[in-house]
Design a protein around this ligand. Structure first.
Ligand code: TYM
Length: 334
């Protein structure tokens, strides 16, 4: 039997949401909610794989919820909730820990990046994080998962785990193999300081990213300081090959104007980056600042945000409880 179409995705409550989160993932969430049932999760269990101050974590869960709404998610249409409030995530994660293989974990590049040189000191949670991510998706038998390109390997692992579970327990098609939905033209927004690194919350320099709560002045300053090279904007795409910072800024412009890179190059060819940057700043301000203002406003009413999460939890639990019951039967629990 074919599984019903359902979207699931998650965002970590680790502080400021940035332009990478918005363009790589959340913009896509908004268009998907009009196409199929969607579940969007504030993944707080993932957040504690690296120690978090509890007070800050609480604030960040609410801020990420506000970010979802401010970006255009409709909590009447989509299910919006926080991961720790549905126990099925942890329960299924344990079962999948027993399906997933150590060799598979060892191939995960994000663990290597996050654990850095001191792997012995990383939490066990950080190591098995991809299994929890698979559990998030499979708990709802989700068929579509919109993410940025940095999550592609985790999605492939989720598919492998689903397939192994179905095979091991002879439950053909029980878990659907989730389809990653990755934006074609702008799957990875890069740091404004280094075009070879992704834009990230964990990057120390604030100048490396545009946060959704940045003011107009901050955006102008960050774009002005963004690394480029001394050459003007080229005519052809092929001339951008060894110019990652130039490519990144032009890609952001293209994405925000809903056009392709060729069209942007046609429009901007021969321009100095200093001039282009003024136009880019204005464009980013027109998209980001209204979102930032909405986040600030929504954060003033915490009880409203908590109500949204509680309602989402009730709706998510209905699906999760049914599925986890089936999983337990399949595994042989009494
Ligand atoms: P997280 O919280 O790091 O990021 C949230 C979403 O934003 C995307 N993203 C980017 N896209 C393009 N360019 C960038 N520079 C950039 N930075 C972040 C991420 O790809 C992601 O889609 N493990 C996930 C959260 C998660 C999840 C899930 C996602 C947990 N369970 C189940 C999907 C399904 C994460 O840490 O995302």
């Amino acid at each position: 039997m074919k599984n019903k179409e359902l979207t699931f995705s998650g965002v970590q409550p680790t502080g400021n949401l940035h332009l990478g989160n918005y363009l790589g993932a959340m913009k896509n969430f908004v268009s998907l909610q009009n196409k199929m049932p969607c579940i969007f999760c504030v993944v707080d269990l993932h957040a504690i794989t690296v120690f978090k101050n509890p007070k800050e974590l609480r604030e960040n869960i609410l801020e990420t919820t506000a970010g979802f709404i401010a970006c255009g998610l409709d909590f009447n249409k989509s299910i919006i909730f926080n991961q720790s409030s549905v126990s099925g995530h942890s329960e299924l994660a344990w079962i999948l820990n027993c399906v997933s293989r150590v060799g598979w974990m060892n191939r995960m590049t994000q663990f290597k990046e996050k654990a850095g040189s001191n792997k012995e000191n990383a939490s066990v949670g950080l190591y098995v994080y991809p299994n929890l991510m698979a559990a998030d998706i499979l708990l709802y038998k989700a068929t579509h998962v919109p993410v940025g390109d940095d999550q592609k390997q985790h999605l492939e692992l989720a598919r492998d785990i689903a397939q192994k579970f179905n095979n091991d327990f002879q439950s053909k098609n029980f878990f659907p193999l989730p389809e990653p939905l990755i934006q074609k033209n702008l799957s990875r927004i890069m740091s404004l300081r280094d075009g070879k690194k992704k834009m990230s919350k964990s990057e120390e320099s604030e100048y490396s990213r545009i946060d959704l709560k940045d003011s107009e002045d901050e955006i102008k300053k960050k774009i002005k300081k963004a690394k480029t090279d001394s050459l003007p904007i080229p005519e052809k795409l092929s001339e951008l090959i060894n110019r990652p910072e130039a490519l990144n800024l032009l890609s952001i412009y293209s994405f925000l104007t809903n056009s392709n890179l060729e069209t942007t190059l046609n429009l901007m060819k021969g321009k100095e980056f200093s001039k282009f940057k003024n136009e880019l700043s204005d464009l980013i301000i027109s998209v980001v600042c209204p979102i930032g203002k909405k986040i600030e406003n929504l954060k003033k009413d915490k009880s409203h945000l908590i109500k949204i999460l509680n309602e989402g939890t009730s709706r998510a639990s209905l699906i999760a409880e049914k599925n986890i019951k089936e999983v337990k039967e399949i595994v042989g629990f009494v």
